[in-house]
Design a protein around this ligand. Structure first.
Ligand SMILES: Nc1nc2c(ncn2[C@@H]2O[C@H](COP(=O)(O)OP(=O)(O)OP(=O)(O)O)[C@@H](O)[C@H]2O)c(=O)[nH]1
Ligand SMILES: [Mg+2]
Length: 307
């Protein structure tokens, strides 16, 4: 164990951050299978468990488990907060995020880390959707994923996979952006992509969940969507304002030509309104873009992976 080391000092290869909220039934199984596979691998590691005010006895059980770093919150703050604190406290050069609900192939963590050689983040992309409330989540996820792909300009096979390995030093400047809830995994993906860092996707199996899901389909889906739009506004605002401005602009010009030819140069009020709104949107987009450019910091424009 590396309890005495400072965060990020690279004294272990891999820090595995486990957010826990009421997972008592399979806590031991998950921690054991991670420990076993890591012991057999060539990596030194630490397991950081962030218990988030569990009320089902997970907290008491975790205190009895040796060889883990345990961070405990008195009240529930959400899995995003837990991952953020865990990553902040990590001493490893590489950080792994995964769930503690038997869904992700946690015995394949070393293989996931192996893939990190020439990229900044490796994400396990699920080939099947076994998550809770599948029928609602599948189309919602698809839509948000397509939106995020468009907004970031990169194809994203799995936007909200909770199974990933990444370089801690690259993630640190974006940790404060991670929201409290589930959309923190989406945020990490988009932070990397928007700032020029590379992500590789490897296909993984996704199993049925043990224990109870903490995902609230309406509340959390709404947050996902909002977060994707928010992050785009943060880095690429023109991708939000550009399309409506262009479409309205084209419609306005077409209408203007129609007014000129057919209505003998008597420009209709709605033509003026459409063109005015298009102009305003373009202007807001440009000002937003200017703010992004002016706020760029050195680490945002200098990806550190050199092959
Ligand atoms: N620290 C913390 N962890 C949480 C919280 N809610 C969920 N988690 C953990 O985050 C991981 C993912 O939560 P899940 O409920 O499985 O959410 P999901 O994977 O999006 O949804 P499922 O498809 O139902 O598995 C699990 O390890 C949970 O224990 C929370 O409020 N705080
Ligand atoms: Mg899960």
């Amino acid at each position: 164990m590396t309890m005495s080391h400072a965060p990020g000092d690279g004294s272990v290869d891999v820090s595995i951050v486990l957010p826990v909220f009421n997972e008592k039934g399979h806590l031991d199984d998950e921690i054991e299978r991670i420990r076993k596979t890591m012991d057999e691998s060539r990596y030194s590691y630490e397991i950081i468990v962030v218990d988030d005010g569990s009320t089902d006895g997970s907290a008491e059980r975790l205190r009895q488990i040796n060889g883990i770093r345990l961070l405990q919150f008195a009240t529930n703050r959400g899995s995003g907060s837990a991952r953020r604190y865990g990553t902040q406290a990590a001493t490893g050069r590489i950080v792994v995020w995964t769930d503690v609900d038997m869904t992700y192939p946690n015995d394949a963590i070393p293989e996931l880390v192996d893939q990190l050689d020439d990229v900044d983040q490796v994400v396990g992309a699920r080939t099947t959707e076994e998550g809770t409330v599948r029928l609602v989540r599948r189309p919602a996820k698809w839509l948000i994923r397509k939106l995020a792909s468009y907004l970031s300009g990169v194809r994203i096979p799995d936007l909200n996979s909770g199974f990933r390995a990444f370089r801690r030093d690259v993630a640190i400047p974006y940790l404060h952006l991670l929201p409290r809830g589930f959309s923190c995994v989406t945020t990490l993906t988009m932070s990397f992509l928007a700032n020029g860092y590379s992500i590789k996707y490897v296909p993984i199996e996704y199993s049925a969940r043990a224990g109870e899901s903490k995902f609230h389909w309406w509340k959390d889906t709404k947050r996902y969507l909002l977060q994707v739009v928010r992050l785009t506004l943060m880095w690429e605002p023109m991708r939000v304002f550009g399309p409506p401005a262009t479409i309205l602009g084209l419609v306005g010009v077409a209408k203007l030509i129609y007014d000129m030819i057919d209505k003998d140069f008597r420009v209709a009020t709605n033509t003026v309104v459409i063109l005015g709104v298009a102009f305003a949107l373009a202007l807001i987009g440009m000002i937003a873009d200017l703010m992004v450019q002016l706020n760029k910091r050195p680490q945002d424009v200098m990806p550190t992976t050199v092959k």
